[in-house]
Design a protein. Structure first.
Length: 101
């Protein structure tokens, strides 16, 4: 059985035991979080409008971290304009423990 869940404005296809990196959640490592279910597939497919009622996906928070650095460079020719900045996106790593439809 698998489900499509929504977190942080993105959608993920998950099954039990999967490990995901989601946008940062305000939960401590070891906590259990419930994710919004948009679709469940098993014996039959249930599609929500926008969420499936009665379906649940629970995940255990493994930890928090930051992704690799992305560099942003701006340049304009003939005007001596150069800007270099960087960004590291924070994430929360979770393990899917239960998919119930």
């Amino acid at each position: 059985m698998f489900a499509v869940v929504q977190s942080g404005g993105k959608q993920y296809n998950v099954a039990e035991g999967d490990v995901l990196r989601l946008e940062s959640l305000s939960a401590n490592p070891g906590d259990t979080v419930a994710l919004d279910v948009m679709m469940v597939s098993g014996d039959e497919v249930k599609v929500g409008a926008p969420l499936v009622e009665g379906a649940s996906v629970k995940a255990e928070v493994l930890g928090h971290g930051r992704g690799k650095k992305i560099y942003i460079y701006k340049f304009k020719a003939k005007s001596n304009y150069r800007r270099k900045t960087g960004h590291r996106q924070g994430y929360t790593e979770v393990r899917i423990t239960e998919v119930a439809g």
